[in-house]
Design a protein around this ligand. Structure first.
Ligand code: GLC
Length: 476
């Protein structure tokens, strides 16, 4: 990654792009009223510093025993105390629920250099997201059974790591109570229950495989573990996808909600921050806009996951759509008319933001494609510039807030060098996200602190297998 003034060279996703950070500076074709409308998304250095300060306080509250119950950033203990050594071996199954797809994986840790992963993504019916818990877990077991039979694994007693990417209060590696649903899920009868039991019961009900669920983990933890397998200095796992969250390696003595925090012989513990809930107590109002408030109201969990709703892929597209609709209503875009499609909630996918921002300045190839998918015709160049400007405002704020979160964690860890393993569709596919994150982190961090942002492959596969391996070893 090389940097010249204002222009960044980014080579992560194929072709090298020259990127200019406009950071809210208005391109000449964009109307000043549109600029005023997106102003709320532009957070300056002073506000970012304030976010870091407030988040530091909340993380400390989550970790401490006497403030944990009223803390919004819960800082759940993951019970994962060993980072991978690279010597883990064996065959494991994994389930991955909570991102854009539901997957079943078979992971064979053959050697450090040779990890075989076979996986299958299943169509996840949307109706399951709000149905009964039993229907959900029966579906997971059915997909697992189909996968095991296809690969001839039905008679093997394989350990399974369950990547379940929701706020879970873990009471051990294989016991986790769902605290609340996030990301549009609201299945009945699961909150307050041990999800490992619910999954295992569904598997056992079928009676057609010998799988044993040995570990439950958050996707951030899988991401950290997977990255640490190759980068021993990895201490933070970050997801910027459908949702957003991070985990990090804390000193065991600081993980007060872990029963053995004073006596454990192991020096560290991975903490699942659940940072998405930051701001649920009102401390983030100074970076929220009226559009954020509208998005929040139409989600199944209003008032919850405030930080996540400013950052992640599930909400970014809707934020852009709301600004655009407002501009159309005020006759500032598209000649005051839109299409049926764009009037529908959630019709503006977050991937459109990545597409639109991938166009070189002054070119509109991807933008035209998005507009045509949305049924918007007859747009002029100023409309396209305005659309891009709105996308940039939303994605830059996301990257800035994420940078604040990472800086908070690095400061809390008080280390001078760290690798951060990252996964999620926003980070992977947005053409500037990596550079924006890096740029703002550098501005916020103390001089001399070195960090590296690394795409972490297969957190929910290799990461889940590594946690399952730890669980199996602990039981021996
Ligand atoms: C949501 C979940 C969290 C997960 C994140 C990323 O914030 O609550 O557990 O890690 O999404 O998938």
């Amino acid at each position: 990654m090389r940097r010249t003034s204002g222009l960044f060279t980014h080579s992560l996703f194929g072709p090298v792009l020259k990127i200019f950070f406009r950071d809210g500076k208005m391109p000449s074709l964009v109307n000043t009223e549109i600029e005023a409308a997106v102003k709320g998304f532009l957070i300056d250095q002073e506000k970012m510093t304030e976010v870091v300060e407030r988040m530091t306080k909340e993380i400390k509250m989550g970790l401490a025993k006497d403030t944990h119950s009223r803390a919004v950033i819960k800082c759940f203990v993951s019970h994962v105390q060993d980072l991978p050594t690279g010597k883990e071996r064996g065959k494991y199954l994994a389930l991955d629920l909570g991102g854009s797809t539901f997957r079943v994986l078979l992971v064979n840790l053959l050697s450090e250099a040779d990890v075989e992963i076979v996986s299958k993504s299943f169509n996840f019916p949307v109706t399951l997201m709000s149905g009964s818990g039993k229907a959900l877990f029966d579906f997971l077991a059915e997909c697992l059974s189909e996968f095991c039979h296809y690969h001839g694994l039905e008679n093997e007693s394989l350990p399974l790591g369950f990547t379940f990417s929701f706020p879970v209060q873990q009471q051990g590696l294989s016991k986790g109570i769902l605290v609340a649903w996030t990301k549009g899920f609201s299945c009945e009868g699961v909150v307050g229950k041990n999800v490992v039991t619910l999954l295992q019961e569904a598997i056992d009900r079928r009676g057609d495989m010998k799988v044993n669920t040995v570990a439950i983990l958050n996707d951030t933890v899988g991401t950290l573990m997977s990255c640490a397998f190759y980068h021993p200095n990895c201490r933070i796992g970050l997801i910027v996808g459908t949702g957003s969250n991070a985990c990090y390696v804390e000193k065991t003595v600081n993980a007060e909600c872990f029963e053995g925090y004073q006596t454990s012989p192991k020096p560290s513990m991975i903490i699942n921050c659940e940072w998405g809930a930051f701001g649920d107590n009102g401390v983030l109002e100074f970076v929220r806009t009226t559009y954020d408030k509208i998005v929040d109201k139409v989600t199944p969990n209003p008032g919850k996951q405030t930080f996540e709703k400013c950052i992640s892929g599930m909400y970014m597209g809707e934020l852009v759509r709301l600004v655009v609709m407002d501009m159309v209503a005020r006759d500032l875009m598209f000649h005051g008319t839109s299409s049926q499609k764009i009037q529908e909630r959630w019709s503006f996918k977050s991937s459109y933001i990545s597409d639109i921002e991938s166009d070189a300045p002054g070119e509109y190839r991807s933008c035209n494609k998005v507009l045509s998918e949305l049924g918007i015709v007859g747009c002029q160049e100023p409309d396209k510039e305005a659309l891009r400007f709105i996308c940039e405002a939303v994605s830059s704020r996301s990257a800035k807030l994420c940078a604040c979160g990472l800086v908070t964690i690095i400061n809390k860890m008080n280390i001078n060098e760290v690798v951060i393993g990252i996964d999620g569709s926003v980070y992977r596919f947005h053409p500037k996200y990596h550079d924006l994150l890096q740029f703002h982190m550098k501005k916020l961090l103390k001089p001399g602190v070195k960090f590296e942002l690394v795409v972490s492959e297969d957190g929910s596969g290799r990461g889940a297998a590594l946690v399952a391996a730890t669980a199996v070893k602990a039981k021996l």
